[in-house]
Design a protein around this ligand. Sequence first.
Ligand code: PLP
Length: 419
Amino acid sequence: MSYLADHDPEIAEIIEQERLRQINGLELIASENVVSKGVLEAVGSIMTNKYAEGYPGKRYYGGCQFHDIVENIARDRLCELFGAEHANVQPHSGSQANQAVYMAYLKHRDVIMSQDLAQGGHLSHGSPVNITGKWYTISHYGVDSKTEMLDYGAIEEQARKEKPKLIVCGASAYPREIDFKAFQEIAESVGALCMADIAHIAGLCATGLHNSPVGIVNFTTTTTHKTLRGPRGGAIMCNEEYAADIDRSIFPGMQGGPLMHIITGKAVCFREAMHPSFTDYCRQIVKNSQTLAEVFLDEGLDLVSGGTDNHLILLDLTSQGITGLEAEQALEKANITVNKNTIPRETRSPFVTSGLRVGTPAVTSRGMKEDEMRTIAGMIADILKDIDNDAVIRQIHAQVEALASSFPLYPEIPPADLS
Ligand code: PLP
């Protein structure tokens, strides 16, 4: 940042402060990660200078020869990583990837069935405050009130009643494995299409640590910046039969010029994700999350669904007598970043909530393992059980800084190993 420090010190200083926040803190937001230096260099490169509307070989601007090459590499690598027939790497975000699928195959007011936001779903799955909820007719499914897990029998029954055109599966706050094949079968049985949004678990699906929907469901959408550990953005995968509709829906349907520096960063990320060390990383994400869950349970805390199969845990704070908001704020004072989250049978508003979502992708990228997870879970439990005790928070703050600053911010990716 030496150039920026001379030319715009105000902004350089903010970036430096944020760098220190990231290095000295514990990032446990389930949807965040820290990218490699390779991804950072690609997204900070001169690839940002170019307009490249269209697709490789068919652009609306001259001078795209290198952008064609990089976008083809990104598409090919994503197809190889997931075994997909077709990939579109242009969506600016996960939300836009989802909207593009809806726009390609649904008409205004058509029925979509999807997981309720309050029970783990995502805004772009038809929340009334989102364009997807305003434009389509939404029938939400939730989790079973006892197990707090998806009940495929109940979802099938609902699909028979509601006759959706599209069933969306995938979630933002669901700690259990999702049976994508079951969703596709339910969709087929009622003549609907099926879309899996694997934004959160993409890294786990790519490496076999969660079943993959690619080639099973009709469309798979994802973000590239969560467990997949790439730059912020989205992508869509599907079979060839849907390729032309999906591509048209992204451009010119929804977007103009693609973010070519981000697509370049996606290409770097997809190559990293094909390396065996990325599978080890994803395995550690799940081990770390299950270790946090074990300690939380030992500490007498309640977990939605009683545990986790993936990268996240959802704490139900009801019996602690505190809200998600209070918990988030107290932990933030100790440099532990998490987010408040609604839980099944939520009684509070989404700004307050009764739950806390805790995820391991970022701390695992920094090299932390089970021992560190036991320490972290103990610190979180100590704060949650004594939330107004500033002395405890101050002491844990010092412990957090000492722990975090002894791990590098960037994931270790040995370049020579990336053959
Ligand atoms: N889908 C799911 C399941 C998500 O969790 C998210 C983001 O958290 C998105 C889509 C949206 O991604 P973006 O923020 O890139 O629009």
